[in-house]
Each structure stands twice: as structure tokens, then as C-alpha cells.
Design a binder for this molecule. Structure first.
Ligand code: PGA
Length: 257
């Protein structure tokens, strides 16, 4: 049984005050749920320290939304992985569709970041997902294969213990349009099969695959009920405890059923 993992991606939102208040709200609401569900919040870099302090010992962990693969040094504007571990970050989200499609990140660059993050002992949430035109052209599985092969190049079976995959169909991100439970399940099953062939059945069975793309309190339960959906990467609905906590509760319920 894979332990569900619900993570909030706050993207480029919040002020110092709102980030601290949101983190405290999530910590309070999630305290009773972290026995069965892993929970992380992903604030912008500048608020990582404050958010880490705000979640305290609630069991809620902190994720960064990106990082650079190089050692600390002359890389103006970038953030080193050592800096993330230094401030108590346990996770880094890599390959998010906004980084791929707005900031132009390639699978090759994402792979360098994945490898560097794993070498530093950070957990990696690797995002993959197809554009709407790729889905319409029946290219979904081919795109997922390419992003998995590229992003996980040279990552060993042992290292996969620290990797979580997030399936995020680009057309469902921030659009209010969610993949149906069947569409999500089919992509997740494909990703699991990919891991079975590339690694082995143990890695395929143990690796968690989150669904992301307009996850909300009212659709979380049916998505999380799918056998290959092991959690959620939540954007918009993670920005308020009132909408984020019910998603964590849905994951908690899914463990019992
Ligand atoms: P959304 O974002 O929940 O607002 O669709 C998901 C994500 O980008 O991770």
C-alpha cells in the first residue's frame, strides 16, 4: 500500500504575512491527518524559511518549486539545492509544466536538476503531462514516455525511493477542467508500467504518482479512489486551508477504503 501524498504548489503567490498564515492554517488542519497521509506545502523561495517555521512540528513538510543543479557559486538569480536543505526543505518540485512551457525548461535540464537533488538527499516531485494538442493527437503516452525517459535518465532504482511522479495534464492546470478519473487512472497506469519496464516491479509498485490539474474538494475523492492515483499536487485549491484540508481528508479516507 502506497502512502498518499498531497502537496500544495503555491506558485508565485502570497505575501510574507499570508504565507505564514496559510502555513499555520494547513499545519493546524493537517495535524490529525499526517498519521496516514504525507503533506507538503510549496511556497516561493523567499518564504521557505518563514513557512518552515510556521509549520513547526506539525508533520507538514516543505517543498521548493524549483532549484538549480550547480553547486553554490556564480549563478545570479538561481537557488542552490544546498540552500534548500539548509532551510529545512525536504522536497523539490521539478519539471512543472509552467517551468517547461513558460520558462523553457527541457528534459535535459530537468534531468540535471533531478540528479543533483537526489545526490543532496532531497525528495523530488517530478511533473510530467501532455498539452491538449498532444492528447487530441493521441500522443499522451508518447509524451509521458519521453518526459520520464528524459527526466529520469541515469536515475537508479535505489534513487527512485526518493522520487514521486506528478501526472499533470497541462490542459487541466489552473483551467477548472479536470481529467476524468478514468483519464487520470489510464495515464497513471501507463506511468507505472513504464517504471516496471525501465526499473522493476518493486519500483513500479512503490513509487507514488500524484495527480495534478484543478484538484478541488469536490473532485478529490473520486480521483484518489483510483487504484493508481496516490495523492495530489494541488495549485489553486492549496491556497486556502478551507479548500486544501478537505483534499487531505479525502486522501485520508482513501486509505481506509
Ligand atoms: P491547479 O494547479 O490545481 O491550480 O490546476 C496544479 C499545479 O499546477 O500543480
Amino acid at each position: 500500500m502506497r502512502r498518499p501524498f498531497v502537496a500544495g504548489n503555491w506558485k508565485m503567490t502570497q505575501t510574507h504575512a499570508s504565507a505564514v498564515a496559510l502555513a499555520k492554517g494547513v499545519a493546524d488542519g493537517a495535524k490529525a491527518l499526517v498519521d496516514q497521509v504525507d503533506v507538503a506545502v510549496g511556497p516561493p523561495f523567499v518564504y521557505l524559511t518563514a513557512v518552515k517555521e510556521a509549520v513547526g512540528n506539525s508533520g507538514v513538510t516543505v517543498a521548493a518549486q524549483n532549484a538549480y543543479f550547480e553547486q553554490p557559486g556564480a549563478f545570479t538569480g538561481e537557488t542552490a539545492l544546498d540552500m534548500l536543505t539548509d532551510v529545512g526543505c525536504q522536497w523539490v518540485i521539478l519539471g512543472h509544466s509552467e517551468r517547461r512551457h513558460v520558462l523553457g525548461e527541457t528534459d535535459e535540464l530537468i534531468n540535471k536538476k533531478v540528479q543533483a537533488a537526489l545526490a543532496k538527499g532531497l525528495g523530488v516531485i517530478l511533473c510530467v503531462g501532455e498539452l491538449i494538442e498532444e492528447r487530441k493527437a493521441d500522443q499522451t503516452n508518447a509524451v509521458l514516455d519521453r518526459q520520464m525517459e528524459g527526466g529520469l535518465a541515469d536515475v537508479t532504482a535505489e534513487q527512485m525511493a526518493k522520487v514521486v511522479i506528478a501526472y499533470e495534464p497541462v490542459w487541466a492546470i489552473g483551467t477548472g477542467e479536470t481529467a476524468t478519473p478514468d483519464q487520470a487512472e489510464s495515464a497513471h497506469a501507463h506511468l507505472r508500467n513504464w517504471m516496471q519496464s525501465r526499473y522493476n516491479p518493486d519500483v513500479a509498485q512503490a513509487t507514488r504518482i500524484q495527480y495534478g490539474g484543478s484538484v478541488k474538494p469536490d473532485n478529490a475523492a473520486e480521483l484518489l479512489a483510483q487504484p493508481n492515483v496516490d495523492g495530489a499536487l494541488v495549485g489553486g485549491a492549496s491556497l486556502k486551508p478551507e479548500t486544501f484540508i478537505p483534499i487531505i481528508e479525502a486522501a485520508h479516507v482513501s486509505v481506509a477504503s
